[in-house]
Design a binder for this molecule. Structure first.
Ligand SMILES: C[S@@+](CC[C@H](N)C(=O)[O-])C[C@H]1O[C@@H](n2cnc3c(N)ncnc32)[C@H](O)[C@@H]1O
Length: 362
């Protein structure tokens, strides 16, 4: 906003200045806050503003009711504005057009920032090679216990679904495409993993949750955690499969073409990440915080709502997202907030089909 032009020591949108009558005794100066509280109208100083008229009604009458925009210098009757301005604004005032431009400019800036912030970040491997060995060791133990082999990519076999079946264009309603920059980040992470610079996570065993993944360093929001890998198969082949780690890969318009990832023989750390319980409220309703809102209530009543605060939602710190990458579907796990070292990873298993039973999850 352009700085206000100084035409007198007073602001143009300020309250009227009452000149003391020659007969009255000198008065003490009142604080500006008190003057503004009592002020009814804006005063236009006639000497400099005699040619000002209202942009809405075109009239220059009732100059004492004219507000001047601190940016474009144009005049507006307080009662011609919508909504009507009933008292002189405290501080600077912008007319509807100037405040709209400012809002729009602000919005586009924040969108750019938002876009920048939403870019995928590569994980940062621990510097100490011994620490990385320990991390890989915990994964190797868990894989061995599950009789699985490590695989950091999707695998295809003729007895299941061929690679040609994995086409993002088959997705019912289309699939979001991973941006070029995010693809580079994904490739960078894969290259790091191949060199033994693994992501800083460990797999631990918990008597309630089974295997679960914990961070071994602080993780930033939007950090790429892992790709969900395993054998790709048609959903139709797996209808009676009791594997609890299957992941949706493709939901095709023709259900016969839908695919799942099955990490029963091969997979990576993604297969050990646990889910949130999104059925059971963690706090009883009386103890949930109240949120107050009066925005949409015309008669200005203050209304409080209880917001459902599911414990699981609070634990959730990553998400599982399907993307089209070079025309194929891929499933990526990404941090949804900053995660402290030692925190366990959780995401919502019911992201797509709302079917996974999580009632028993801790
Ligand atoms: C993809 S696996 C995750 C790794 C699994 N915990 C394991 O030991 O192999 C999914 C299974 O883990 C278990 N699980 C996942 N999240 C859980 C949670 N929050 N509490 C308890 N069990 C959970 C459930 O048995 C679920 O079917």
């Amino acid at each position: 906003m352009a700085p206000a032009t100084i035409i007198s020591p007073r602001r143009r949108t300020e309250a009227p200045r009452r000149l003391p009558s020659p007969s009255s005794p000198p008065r003490k100066l009142r604080p500006i806050s008190e003057i503004l509280k009592r002020a009814k109208y804006a005063v236009v100083e006639r000497a400099e503003y005699s040619d000002i008229f209202c942009e809405q009604c075109g009239s220059g009458e009732r100059p004492e009711e004219l507000l001047l925009c601190d940016k474009c210098d144009k005049g507006f009757h307080m009662k011609c504005l919508r909504p009507i301005v009933v008292r002189i604004p405290i501080g600077s005032w912008l007319c509807p057009k100037c405040s709209d431009t400012r809002k729009r400019r602000r919005r586009s800036v924040s969108l750019v920032l938002l876009k920048k912030r939403r870019r995928l970040l590569p994980f940062i491997p621990s510097e100490d090679p011994n620490q990385r060995l320990r991390q890989m060791g915990t994964l190797a133990s868990a894989l061995t216990a599950m009789q699985m082999k490590f695989s950091d990519e999707l695998t295809y076999s003729s007895s299941m679904a061929p690679r040609s079946a994995n086409q993002a264009k088959f997705e019912d309603g289309g699939m979001q495409v991973l941006s070029k920059e995010d693809m580079e980040t994904l490739e960078l992470c894969r290259a790091m993993s191949r060199r033994g610079e693994c992501p800083p996570f460990i797999v631990v065993f918990d008597s309630c949750e089974g295997y679960t993944v914990e961070t071994d360093a602080q993780i930033k929001d939007m950090t790429f955690i892992a790709e969900y890998t395993g054998d790709v198969d048609y959903i139709r082949n797996r209808e009676n499969d009791d594997c609890d780690s299957m992941m949706t890969l493709l939901l095709a318009t023709n259900p016969c073409e839908s695919l799942v990832i099955c990490p029963d023989k091969r997979g990576n750390i993604a297969r050990f990440i646990n889910g949130i319980n999104n059925h059971t409220p963690g706090l009883d309703i009386q103890k949930r915080p109240l949120v107050f809102c009066w925005d949409f209530i015309p008669w200005g009543l203050l209304v409080g709502f209880h917001i459902p605060l599911w414990e699981g939602k609070k634990k959730q710190n990553c998400k599982c997202v399907r993307y089209g990458v070079n025309g194929e579907c891929r499933v990526l796990l990404v941090a949804t907030r900053d995660i402290a070292k030692g925190e366990r990873l959780y995401y919502d298993y019911n992201g797509y089909e709302h079917e996974y039973p999580t009632h028993h999850f801790v």
